[in-house]
Design a protein. Structure first.
Length: 411
């Protein structure tokens, strides 16, 4: 099992993506409109620092979020927040502050700040706008992500199943009249940033993606108007597969993630392999308190979360199952079965005080690390032992992720 936690920060900055030794045409091809304004343009950034390390058996924590906030908040304030990055940040006096290089620089800063800590920063995910982000990893890997949207109608249906089988498996989504979705697609590319330009893929290539997708899928009835899928099962899995095969011809993509609904996605990796994810939530009260610590130590370690009368959260949970796309059905796992498995697992915690009413926390504090670890076997049992990744959001800023194995999905 591989456990990580991530902490989210925000900062505002301006920058210009431009190389002095390249002409205007070369800069525009590499950076698009970010190359033109001589005084830079601004962005509101989100940065997520991901940590991995041992969980202290006394506190139930890998690292205190307050410690992360103190160490990394000061670095962000000194080097990134409210700065013109090309001038005010020494890392970018020469190299351009692309989203890829910014993610790498932030990860390096975090590694230096936590050099003395058992929990180490293993990744940094940087969002420059809702449609553009990058992730840098401790092993040197860098990923570039772009998002786009399209709307399409479809009938969730497999011609390799009988009408009765389709109705049983897909329910109302198999209605012959069809239905529609506003899809959100994330495309991920992996590579080494260009030594001069600092990008994995230049702007001139990235702008090819939306027309490819929208021409084929936007405002289409997928079963009727996409020739390659007319005789195939039409599911989120097969739509993802279809998109992947088209984009890999023009981009070094390693995976893509398609949201059919805000709480349901399919991630496709190629070679008929993918992952299905479903998000749900539960409401619970708790108090962070360890019987292995003194009262004073508890107050020092947990701060306001040690409030005698407790507090609470609406926790968000995301369960992911991996596998191959079934040739007959076109799916990886039955969506209804996932929802039922999640609902059954969360019933032990929903509308409960975790420390007083859940057996899992009689002898250990109800930290996020312990909650996601205790939830795993409950969730896995309801998902036919197919669970590969479980995520828990305590707040939008604090996330815990437990994986069956060390991450191959690089996120």
């Amino acid at each position: 099992m591989y456990l990580t936690l991530s902490k989210r920060f925000e900062f505002c900055a301006s920058r210009r993506l431009y190389l002095r030794d390249r002409n205007e045409g070369q800069n525009l091809a590499a950076y698009g409109p970010m190359a033109s304004p001589p005084h830079g343009v601004g962005d509101n950034f989100e940065v997520h620092f991901v940590f991995h390390g041992p969980v202290d058996e006394n506190t139930g924590m890998m690292v205190a979020f307050a410690d992360i906030k103190q160490r990394l908040g000061s670095i962000i304030g000194e080097k990134y927040d409210h700065k013109f990055l090309n001038i005010d940040n020494p890392d970018f006096v020469i190299q351009p502050p692309t989203v890829e290089l910014l993610a790498k620089a932030l990860l390096t800063d975090a590694q230096r700040a936590f050099a003395d800590h058992p929990a180490q920063p293993v990744a940094c995910h940087l969002v420059e706008d809702p449609d553009s982000s990058a992730t840098a990893f401790a092993d040197g890997t860098v990923e570039r992500h772009i998002w786009l949207s399209f709307s399409a109608a479809r009938r969730t249906y497999s011609p390799r199943l009988s009408d009765l089988e389709n109705k049983r498996l897909f329910g109302p989504a198999a209605n012959p009249a069809g239905h529609g979705h506003n899809y959100r697609l994330r495309v991920t590319m992996t590579g080494e940033p260009h030594p001069a330009y600092g990008t994995i893929v230049p702007y001139k290539q990235l702008i090819k993606v939306p027309p490819i997708i929208r021409k084929r899928l936007d405002h289409r009835h997928i079963n009727k108007e996409v020739p390659e899928l007319k005789k195939q099962p039409v599911t989120s899995e097969t739509i993802s597969q279809y998109i992947y095969e088209r984009l890999r011809k023009v981009l070094p993509i390693t995976r893509l993630k398609l949201y059919e609904l805000p709480w349901f996605f399919v991630e496709y990796f190629g070679d008929n392999r993918g992952m299905v994810g479903v998000r749900a939530s539960f409401r619970a009260a708790h108090r962070l308190h360890s019987h292995k610590l003194s009262e004073e130590q508890n107050r020092e370690v947990y701060g306001k979360c040690n409030n005698l009368n407790g507090h609470g959260h609406r926790y968000d949970v995301e369960a992911s199952i991996s596998g191959t796309i079934d040739e007959r059905t076109g799916i990886i796992f039955d969506l209804v079965a996932i929802q039922e498995g999640i609902e059954e697992a969360l019933a032990a915690y929903d509308y409960k005080h975790l420390d007083l009413e859940a057996d899992d926390f009689v002898d250990r504090p109800s930290t996020g690390e312990n909650i996601v670890t205790a939830l795993w076997p409950r969730m896995d049992a309801g998902l036919r032992n197919r669970l590969v990744r479980l995520r828990l959001w305590e707040t939008p800023n604090n996330r815990f992720t437990l994986r069956k194995e060390a991450p191959a999905d690089k996120e």
